[in-house]
Design a protein around this ligand. Sequence first.
Ligand code: SAM
Length: 275
Amino acid sequence: MAIAWEHENGAGHGERLLFDTSVAHCARVYDYWLGGKDNFAADRAAAEQAIRDFPDIVPTARANRGFLARIVRFLAKDAGIRQFLDIGTGIPTENNTHEVAQSVAPGSRVVYVDNDPLVLVHARALLASHPDGATAYEEADLRDPERILDLAAGLLDFSRPVAVLLLAILHHIDDEDDPHKIVTTLVNAVPSGSYLALSHPANDLDAEGMAKMAQTLNEIMAEKIIARDRPTVARFFDGLELVEPGLVRVSDWRPPHGSPNWGPAALWAGVARKP
Ligand SMILES: C[S@@+](CC[C@H](N)C(=O)[O-])C[C@H]1O[C@@H](n2cnc3c(N)ncnc32)[C@H](O)[C@@H]1O
């Protein structure tokens, strides 16, 4: 079933967006795992089936959000980054990138990019920037990184360091669309002193459960899931300097002491600096 959504496009004009709510979409399935309410029956059914296949998917999704908050804080506080390009933003939830960055450095500028129209509907929450900084939301596809860079240049100064965030998105890019080339295009566009941060579902951590879940979701969800092994994920960082502790299980990246979200997590994650 398709539903129409009247949306104000930021320029004061109404836009009509169409959603097919009968097919599960990854942003809404992920929202369900995080305890959000921005999902439809097909999304909830897919998310529940995935939990039956791989019960650790909920702690994995939550650990990924914890990683996001920790790395953005690290980038703003310790690395002095003031510009962020967050691709595959997801439906807004707690600790969105600009909230974490601007809590450390209010002047931070953040460009969000996603290709799910439901994320666009909620973009207003992402645009509530601190007055000293700025945020923008662009609807674009990671398979077209040149377009993303053109759009982001409206807010970001690519002669100064930028942190490119690719959290839990590259597994939606097929090998035939060459995810490594896409990442290289993005990294080539930012200057020395910039950072790349990413997390990626692993097929060599909790391999059996992940394979079962991916198979199920690939039959019912609009976007495909390709879990990858550690060496393949490590190649995304070629030519960059991984910061400590390197490429690790997402919950092992500088874990906070006594985190209540502590638990199993089947994602590889890392942050690296461009020399
Ligand atoms: C699993 S969510 C991750 C959200 C957020 N990055 C996080 O880690 O919490 C994946 C997001 O990537 C978006 N996405 C998937 N494929 C995409 C593509 N080809 N281009 C842009 N966004 C995409 C989805 O719409 C969804 O919002």
